[in-house]
Every structure is written in C-alpha cells, then in structure tokens.
Design a protein around this ligand. Structure first.
Ligand SMILES: [Zn+2]
Length: 507
C-alpha cells in the first residue's frame, strides 16, 4: 500500500466549550483531507485532550469527577465540528483505553532505553498552559505565554533527556528548513534550540488525573497529549497500518504550542525509533480588536450562532479566503457579511442562477451539445484544478481560492460579452449552445474544486446542475479535459445558493 495522506489537528484541551478558533483549525484540516481524498488514501484525526490539572480543577469547581466532566463536554466539540461539515476519520479522546495503554508503553520504552531518569523538579508551573517554567523565563513573575500567575512546584518527577537531542534537532532544522512553517515560527524555534535545552519533566507526582505510572503519579499531560498522533493510528499494535500513515504529512497547530510540537515531539519520536512529521504548520490567530480570540479573554464568539447566521460554508470560505494561512487575521461580522454577499452571493450564486435560468428559457433546462475543442474558456481553465490542488495541499488556501475566482470572473464575463439573449434572438444556435455549454461545464468544475471548502453548498450546486456521478471523485477523472459534462443533462431551477443578507454595520 502506498503512503497515505495523514493530517492532524491539535487535540483540544477540554476545559470549556469550543470557540471559533477551534473550528478554524479543524476546518482547515477538513479541507486538506477532502482534497487529499481526491487523490488517494487519507486519514484525518482530531480529538480531545482530557487530562491535566486544569481539567481536574475545572471538574472539581463544577462538583464533578474529571471523567464525568469530560464526558459531558465532548459532545459539544463533536457537535461543533458537525455544524461546520467536518468529516474526520477518527476522534481520539486521551481518556480512552486505546490511548492510555500505549502511553504507558511509551513510558516503559523510554525507561528501558535510558531516555528518562528520576529527579527532583523545583520550579514554576502555569496550570493554564500546563507548562513548567524556569525562574529566568518568567516575565514579572508570571507565565511568559499567557501572563497568568504560576505556582511553585517541588516534587520528585521523571525527566526526559531532551537536552541530549539538541544537536540532532538543530541538524534536522537546518536540513529541512521547511518542516516548520511559517518562517517566523521556524526562526523562533531555532532561537530556542540555539539557546540550549533543559531536560523535560514528564510526570506529575502530586496529580492523579492522568495516565498513571508505576510507583505513583501521572504522566505529564503534554507528553500524553502529543502521543495521540501515533496511538490513534496503531503505534506498537499494527505496524502496517501505522507505517501507512506515519510520518504525518501535515500537523496543524496554533503557534502558542509550537515548542511542544517542533522540539519535544520530534525528540520523543526519535527516542521511540520513529520519524518526525513532515510538516508542522502553526497557523495564525483569529483576533478581535487585536486580541487573540479565546474564552479567557471573554471575546469568544459563539461558533454555533455564527454558522446559523451566515451558513457554515460561508464561514469556512471566509476563514480560508480572508488572510493567508499562517498570519493572524481580525474577525468581524461585517467582513463575513461582505465576503458572503460579494464573493458568494454576487459572483458565484448569481452566476449559477443566471446560467440555469437562461438554460431554462432557451433550452428547456437541458445542456446542449457543443464543440468543446473550440472553447477558449476550456483552453484557459482545463488545467486549473492542478494548480488549485497544489496550492491547497501547500496550505495556500487564499491563493487557491483566488485561482478559482479567476474562472468565476471569466464565466461572468462570458455572459456579458457573448450576450446569450442576443444569440437567441438572432437564431445563432451553435454559438448559443457553445456559450451555454461552457457556462455549465465551468460551473460543474467550480462545484468540484470548491467542494473541499464548501462541501454542503457545492453539493446543492451539483444537484441543481443535474450532474450524474459523485462530486468528490478523483479529480484526474472528473476534471480531465474541458467537456466532462454530458450534453443532454437535465438541470434544475432551485433556490439561490447564498441568499443575499443585509449588510452588517461595523461595530
Ligand atoms: Zn500560562
């Protein structure tokens, strides 16, 4: 079996309800997975990170056991992903036995190899980030990442010899300058490596909510969490399955967790005799008034409300189109409404409606035959999908959509320039057939190429076009050459794809 495309999101720390930032990462992974599935075997993993002190504290505050607390929260996350049409292949929870057993096996392996040792941890801990900090790293006595108070910890713990992997990490970074993206994050990680690495405490002897280790204590939640990427695909259990997927092609993360994913994670993998992932991509933050969106900043927008108000596919489109993937971008409902009205309702939705209504008027809704070899649009756009797919898998979503929009614009222009109503009035049958056919074939291709981004609305468009077959089949078949749409296809007239909304006033 050939290597599959394996994409992961971070598993989400389940200390509260999800916000739009969580949906963002997962939507991006979904777009990648849907695109990769048009080529071959693909696996898309997401899930929840359920151990650690923050969860234990939140559960205690709610008067519940941590397990009952997480059991109650998980359905909210699954519902969010469903609301945004996300189709993952697996949803892992770190409290599941399939994960816990393998994390314990990892611990045993590391101990056998001498990669871990027992020592005393004394220092600071940020419960919010579940991160240990040296005194020298604190900023005004607070966590350098989130600015919260830290607590003093003094306990006997297990340590992973992270420092021993420093040279290999530096070499890996130098040899594969694109394995961490964007460049700003790569540079930041390189600076950390150059400064030097401390060994990492990988247990918490005073905590009980986690993967238990012999002689008491639990495994540090970050080690536990990182391992999900390999426990879910059968590490130490099914070598064939595991090596079909590992190393992952694309691991998506938020930039605040880059250190764990690009320094600790490869070192742990090497200690286990496994390869580092091919790409770790740290995306930007969605900001509101320049502040990172998060529950704690109290500016989180209810993502369910957003999907209901604008439509999940319009939000998906907005998130991919608004800024290059990797940079921060500021969220506002005004911008979402603008994008929805201009790009989706005007450019795309109107194109479909105009085309289908002309087809209805002039050809009873039936796609006419045409000589596609003479189509100028065909010459220009028959290979567009190759570029689009390349850009998507390269995580250049905005450029991919810009490329697709060139076709949208060209089809709209074709209507204005070739004036089908005049061709009809003057009985120029073959010219009218040619333009109507081009429009329908162009729309069919748009539906296919936009389906990973807007799966639900594009299925609707597909149905209106009356096209037989599956919208998500191999692009090298469905998009091979201009002219895949069979003449005599009966199209339908239906409701607008993106009904126009009232403009949203700036806030
Ligand atoms: Zn913190």
């Amino acid at each position: 079996m050939s290597r599959a495309y394996y994409v992961t999101t971070p598993i989400y720390y389940i200390s509260g309800n999800p916000h739009i930032g969580h949906a963002y990462t997962t939507i991006v992974a979904d777009v990648l997975a849907r695109t990769a599935r048009t080529i071959g075997p693909t696996f898309f993993l997401t899930g929840t990170d359920e151990h650690g002190q923050k969860v234990a504290n939140a559960a205690a505050a709610a008067g519940k056991t941590p397990q009952a607390w997480t059991d109650e929260l998980v359905p909210h996350w699954k519902a969010l992903f469903a609301a945004y049409h996300v189709e993952y292949d697996d949803f892992i929870r770190t409290t599941q036995a399939r994960h816990v057993e393998k994390v314990q096996r990892v611990f045993e392996r590391l101990r056998e190899r001498g990669d871990i040792y027992r020592g005393k941890y004394e220092g600071w801990y940020c419960v919010y980030d579940e991160t240990f900090w040296l005194e020298s790293k604190l900023v005004d006595g607070r966590c350098p990442t989130c600015g919260r108070e830290v607590q003093w910890i003094s306990e006997e713990d297990w340590f992973f010899r992270l420092s021993a992997y420093r040279d290999r990490l530096i070499e890996h970074f130098e040899r594969r300058p694109h394995w961490v993206q964007p460049r700003s994050v790569y540079n930041e990680m390189m600076a950390i490596l150059r400064e030097g690495l401390e060994d990492l405490s990988i247990s918490r002897s005073s905590l009980h909510w986690g993967v238990p280790i012999p002689n008491g204590g639990v495994i540090y939640v970050w080690l536990d969490a990182l391992l999900n990427y390999i426990t879910a695909i059968g590490w130490s259990e099914d070598a064939t399955r595991f090596h079909t997927y590992w190393p992952a092609q694309t691991q998506l993360i938020g930039k605040e967790i880059a250190r764990f994913h690009t320094i600790v994670w490869p070192a742990i993998l090497w200690a286990l005799g496994e390869a580092a992932p091919e790409l770790v991509f740290a995306h930007g933050w969605i900001t509101v008034d320049g502040q990172k969106m998060s529950k704690s900043l109290d500016n989180a927008v209810d993502p369910f409300m957003l999907a209901q108000r604008f439509g999940a596919d319009a939000i998906r489109y907005f998130l991919l189109r608004e800024a290059p993937f990797g940079s921060d971008f500021s969220y506002s409902e005004e911008k979402i409404a603008q994008r929805r009205n201009s790009d989706l309702a005007n450019d795309l939705g109107n194109l479909l409606q105009r085309t289908l209504s002309m087809l209805q008027r002039y050809r009873d809704g039936i796609v006419p035959p045409a000589d596609v070899s003479r189509s100028e649009l065909g010459r220009r756009f028959a290979a567009l999908h190759v570029t689009v797919r390349e850009r998507i898998l390269d995580l250049r979503f905005r450029e991919a959509l810009e490329g697709i929009w060139e076709l949208v614009t060209a089809l709209n222009r074709a209507i204005d320039d070739r004036k089908p109503w005049e061709l009809h009035k003057n009985d120029r049958t073959s010219e009218l057939n040619a333009v109507l056919y081009d429009l329908c074939e162009g729309l069919r291709r748009l539906a296919i190429m936009l389906a990973p981004c807007m799966p639900e609305r594009m299925r609707e468009m597909w149905q209106q076009l009356g096209t037989p077959g599956r919208i998500d089949e191999d692009w090298s078949v469905s998009l091979r050459g201009w002219g895949g749409l069979a003449p005599l296809t009966q199209t339908a007239l239906a409701a607008p794809l993106f009904p126009k909304m009232d403009a949203v006033a700036p806030t």
